[in-house]
Design a protein around this ligand. Structure first.
Ligand code: AMP
Length: 187
């Protein structure tokens, strides 16, 4: 299996670039944000718990996310590979992913880290908010999500540097330019 983690702050382009990667490499996509939004729409127990965290711009607790990820992963057993989008977001999630993949005889091959500065992220997310209808694309929640990213998520970069898996990708320019950088890093 080819397992890719696409990593970056909210608004860094993870979803957009994931779509292009899936088309080119035939990978399955697991976006924990998308899974949670579907749980909320279907009014499941998990959805009811997740809703408050998401609208506050906070992370859903690790145990819930890790259990959710394990069951999604089991539904992709015959997959050629997976692109993980929005997961892991904390060191314990990163450790849990390593363990889960190891138990399935595979591992993360590369972590693509999309690098975009905060001013541009805020700008992109506010613009997205005008069309996405997402409850968390408003200025107050965006600020909280960026704080969470810098405090809890970005330390994962060092975790993957130590494993020799981190590829830093300049996340500005056209969608095609960024994708070109990604394909080079995957090679
Ligand atoms: P995203 O669509 O990836 O931007 O995620 C939207 C929101 O869902 C985040 O701000 C979190 O509240 C929640 N979420 C998504 N993925 C995770 C995760 N791996 N761990 C904790 N919370 C998550």
């Amino acid at each position: 299996m080819t397992n890719v983690v696409i990593f970056g702050a909210p608004g860094s382009g993870k979803g957009t670039q994931s779509e292009l990667i899936i088309k080119k490499y035939g990978l399955d996509h697991i976006s924990t944000g998308d899974v949670l939004r579907a749980e909320i729409k279907n009014k499941t127990e998990l959805g009811k718990i997740a809703e408050g965290y998401i609208s506050d711009g906070k992370l859903v607790p690790d145990e819930l996310i890790i259990d959710m990820l394990a069951s999604v992963l089991d539904s992709k057993k015959d997959s050629k590979g997976v692109i993980f989008d929005g997961f892991p977001r904390t060191i314990p999630q990163g450790q849990a992913l390593d363990k889960m993949l190891k138990e399935r005889g595979t591992e993360v091959q590369v972590v693509l880290s999309l690098e975009v500065d905060d001013a541009e992220l805020v700008d992109r997310l506010l613009k997205r908010g005008q069309i996405s209808g997402r409850a968390d694309d408003n200025l107050e929640t965006i600020k909280s999500r960026l704080e969470v990213y810098h405090g809890q998520t970005s330390p994962l970069k060092q975790y993957y540097v130590e494993q020799g898996k981190l590829a830093a990708i300049k996340g500005t320019g056209t969608i095609e330019e960024i994708f070109e950088r990604i394909t080079k890093a995957i090679k």
